[in-house]
Structures are given as C-alpha cells and as structure tokens.
Design a protein around this ligand. Structure first.
Ligand SMILES: [Zn+2]
Ligand SMILES: [Zn+2]
Length: 137
C-alpha cells in the first residue's frame, strides 16, 4: 500500500483499501491471515512530514499452542504513523509499518481459551473435549 506524495490534497487524503495477505507476509507457524486486511484512514501532509491515521482490521486463524485446535482471532487496531518527507520522496510505502504493528500484537503462546486444558501427555486426546482413561490430571 503506497501513498503518492504528490496526490495528497491540502485537505488531506481519505484512504480505504484492502491489502492482500501476500503483500503483508504476516503468517507464522501458528498464526495465519484468513482474508485481506481492511485499512481505512486519513493522510495529512504538513510541510516536511506525513501523518497517517489508520484503522486496520484483520482476521486470523490461530492454532492454540496447548491443544493445537484452530480458532479465529479478529484484530482491530488504530495506528498513527509519521513519516518525515524528503524533497525526493515520490511515494511512501506503508506495508512494512502495518506489518510490524500487527505482529506486535501477536501472542507468543496463543490460547483458544485462557483455561484451555491442552492435550493429554499420554494419549494426546484434547482434554477440553472430555477426559481420557490415562488417569493423568
Ligand atoms: Zn486450546
Ligand atoms: Zn490420555
């Protein structure tokens, strides 16, 4: 997602875009983006700087680090980004900063539920779905 500096009118630029998952490269082993990321916001130019205010919405599919079940995770985030402008700047590329801001919120150990009971260490059964006969607690 690029902003062409010359195209920003004095009153600011309204933005509404979808960024394709492959442009953001947000996937990790446990966390996958399920659909394009929705971005809406405003760009304002002040002599030597751009201020970009964005509402970012993304839907992820996450694997629970305890029971390995997939669950949905919706993220909605408000970003405020600032870019100093050089006279030679033709455009500003926003994707790297959007990516970084989203990844900041990634849980290190995602859980489907705070009380997720995980898998039985003996038989591998998902203990959220009932007990097993191994006698482990
Ligand atoms: Zn779980
Ligand atoms: Zn078991």
């Amino acid at each position: 997602m690029r902003i062409i500096v010359k195209q920003i009118p004095e009153e600011g630029l309204y933005l509404k875009e979808q960024i394709r998952p492959e442009e953001l490269d947000l996937d990790t082993d446990l966390i996958k983006l399920r659909s394009p990321v929705n971005v809406e916001g405003r760009v304002t130019r002040i002599t030597n700087a751009l201020t970009v205010e964005l509402d970012v919405r993304a839907d992820f599919s996450v694997e629970c680090s305890r029971c390995l079940k997939e669950f949905e995770w919706a993220v909605e985030k408000n970003l405020q980004l600032n870019y100093p402008l050089q006279a030679s700047d033709v455009f500003i590329e926003l994707n790297p900063d959007i990516r970084e801001e989203m990844i900041l919120d990634y849980p290190i150990k995602p859980l489907c539920d705070l009380n997720c009971k995980g898998l039985c260490s003996k038989c591998g059964k998902n203990k959220n779905e009932g007990g097993c006969n191994c006698g482990s607690t």
